[in-house]
Design a protein around this ligand. Structure first.
Ligand code: IFM
Length: 404
């Protein structure tokens, strides 16, 4: 039961491109400028310079862990040219986390890649695995005392971004069908291409091996869990097919991992023709998804089953809302489902909320997921009541509010 585990991680998550700012050598810096209706990341929330303040706010609130990523495009801005200064920067982040009593959970790849990597052919190019391996090998030099390393974030979502990237840069990509995109009714992501699934699994296993050889960290990857369900009994087979192609295949690839990162926000109905776009509803979040904190319990149980009992670290769970009282309610409800799963014997090692800060939501600034608000002209940080509440839960290990 996590409430009795002193080393259960209570934390918040982030990713480099979404918070650091001026990630000019990354592919995303290019896409933002080319995608219609996308906002720019620009300075983001300047966490590249203000990470110590961000971590201090989390620690002062009572959290014990911080998940952050290392940005490949900064570490290797040109092929084979590694920046020692940037590696030292990330090493200082690890030291700062330790000094503040925060266990760092380090992600090696969170959606953004060096621009040159994509131009060279990207994930469908011949050098993909060798390039990733060279980067991971260099990063391991600074990970000697890190206990938790995630290789690739949400490969099942990233598989779609890979297609977007190839379209924009004109690099070679296999033909793909998008039978489940229904723009007239809303938007659902296409199924990952088999070629994308294959290369991402290969990349994860290669990175896992390098991390194991060079560090003593637990290593895994973080998979988006959609908590899918059939909208009617006759659509059960279609639901199972979609769930396999969109998430189970990635979870099966985690069977030899030290942990699996579970990331859950909402649920997803599947009908006879595939995923059903979320209908508008007054309770929907700022990204148009239903308010479903129970998705966390569904996700944990499903990941546990498919991986055959790989320990679980909740690496993301949260809600895009401008009303922080909804975030508090969401966290409390989601954690009740986490505690119930733990009470049933599932090995859960921590809960990291998405996100530490309001940040760049991949082309958009409006969906605010943060426990901390940021003024994007002064970069002043303002912790929200939800941060204090999560800190209180971390200290008391219960969602029952303390008296007084
Ligand atoms: O912001 C993203 C994050 O980068 C990956 N998981 C989902 C989050 C919210 O959409």
């Amino acid at each position: 039961m996590p409430r009795s585990h002193n080393d259960f991680l209570w934390g918040a998550s982030s990713s480099p491109h979404q918070i650091e700012g001026n990630n000019v050598n990354s592919d995303w810096w290019v896409y933002e400028q080319q995608m219609p209706n996308f906002s720019l990341s620009g300075d983001a929330v300047d966490s590249y310079h203000r990470y110590a303040e961000d971590m201090r706010l989390l620690a002062e609130a009572g959290l014990t862990s911080y998940r952050f990523g290392i940005e490949w495009a900064r570490v290797e801005p040109l092929p084979g040219e590694f920046s020692i200064a940037v590696l030292q920067h990330y090493r200082r982040m690890i030291d700062t986390a330790h000094d503040l009593g925060l266990t760092p959970v380090v992600t090696l790849h969170h959606f953004s890649s060096p621009r040159w990597f994509i131009e060279e052919g990207g994930w469908f190019g011949e050098t993909a695995i060798a390039r990733l391996s060279a980067y991971v090998t260099r990063v391991c030099e600074i990970l000697h005392d890190v206990q938790w390393v995630a290789t690739i974030n949400e490969p099942n979502m990233y598989a779609f971004m890979m297609l977007m990237a190839s379209g924009i840069t004109g690099s070679v990509v296999p033909e793909f069908e998008t039978p489940t995109i229904q723009p007239e009714n809303g938007f659902v992501l296409p199924r990952p291409l088999p070629e994308a699934v294959e290369v991402l699994i290969k990349a994860h296993h290669a990175a896992r091996e390098i991390v194991r050889q060079n560090t003593s960290a637990k290593v895994g990857w973080t998979v988006a869990n959609l908590a899918m369900y059939a909208d009617a009994p006759e659509n059960e087979a279609r639901f199972l097919e979609e769930r396999y192609a969109r998430e189970d295949v990635f979870m099966e690839a985690a069977r030899g991992d030290d942990f699996i990162g579970v990331q859950a926000y909402t649920t997803q109905a599947v009908g006879a023709d595939g995923l059903i776009p979320h209908p508008p509803h007054e309770d929907n979040t700022l990204v148009g998804s239903p308010y479903r904190p129970d998705s966390l319990g569904i996700a944990i149980r499903h990941a546990w089953e498919v991986t055959g009992g790989v320990p679980i670290l909740v690496t993301e769970n949260g809600i895009a809302t401008a009303d922080d009282s909804r975030r508090v309610a969401y966290i409390e409800e989601a954690l009740k489902h986490l505690f119930a799963a733990a009470d049933d014997g599932i090995d859960i090692r921590g809960y990291l909320h998405w996100s530490a800060l309001d940040n760049f939501e991949w082309g958009h600034w409006e969906p605010t997921f943060g426990l901390i608000a940021v003024d994007r002209t002064t970069f002043e940080r303002t912790p929200k009541p939800s941060l204090a509440r999560l800190g209180e839960i971390a200290r008391t290990r219960t969602t029952t509010p303390s008296e007084g």
